[in-house]
Ligand binder design. Sequence first.
Ligand code: AHG
Ligand code: MN
Ligand code: MN
Length: 335
Amino acid sequence: MSSKISLTRYLVEQQRVDGLIPSQLRLLLEVVARACKGISQAVNKGALGGVLGTADTENIQGEVQKKLDIIANEVLIEANEWGGHLAAMASEEMDSIYVVPNRYPQGEYLLLFDPLDGSSNIDVNVSIGTIFSVLKKPEGLAGVTEADFLQPGAKQVAAGYCVYGPQTTLVLTVGDGVAMFTLDREQGSFVLTQENVRIPEDTKEFAINMSNMRHWDAPVKHYIDECLQGVEGPRGKDFNMRWIASMVADVHRILTRGGIFLYPWDKREPNKPGKLRLMYEANPMSWLVEQAGGAATNGRQRILDITPTTLHERVSVILGSKNEVERVTGYHTTV
Ligand code: AHG
Ligand code: MN
Ligand code: MN
């Protein structure tokens, strides 16, 4: 008998032994994982499946959608709408919430996702991913509205992502640490490959889009400038830089070997708090990072404490190794 622990078994044990996840949430996570397998298949086919290129449409953020953005969105909706575990869904690729149609039973959970993160990397065969966040619909009210989604990230009951890279890896938290599952394509199932993921508190590796340097504000400039001075500078050590332009892949590296990721506010669009979206990018990633012993702030406060006012709200993001995140956050009050 194989000693491999499948995602299914992991979730059953979390439900049975630890009482951490009710059966409806377990079903939800199984369904999301199944959808990610489908997206992984489409990604793997690439040009052979006719999934590359743009779709000639724009999402609510004014970004041109790629074919795979739309395909991934549809896969997630079709997989999740009929199971009875959800009340509604929200996505980067949909202007407003998608309420589960009347012909299906309505559940008590709300699912948010970035169906395809790192869209600019699709056509160039670089790692991309799916990010998801699960909330509970507030009790007492019939029906479901956008206001039901506007809960701080601290209220998430599950969060994760699936990275489509050299391996397809699903990374999950239900509030009891972070576990990683690798897709075994022969078996067709996700297999537990790492538990109790921990991010080292210190790091010598940062991730930021350096081409925006002239647009940053003083605290971020100051922090990166100190890193760039290396062993001769105030930090007394050389730093390395990585920027994949897929948040999923950058966060996956940080969960694997540490580091700090920044997508700060910048002067290009001064009225927006940042580029990344709070509810389906920053919140799930921040919870995963915190669950692995790291930290996540917008420079001024913990991301998970922000109460959203709109579904597609943006936020400045600084996350990863705890001591580095605390240093940059500190610079926001001293620099
Ligand atoms: P998405 O593809 O879902 O729009 O997200 C892309 C995000 C994020 O994944 C990445 O870190 C960042 O945008 C890259 O931005 P730049 O193009 O400015 O590097
Ligand atoms: Mn994204
Ligand atoms: Mn996306």
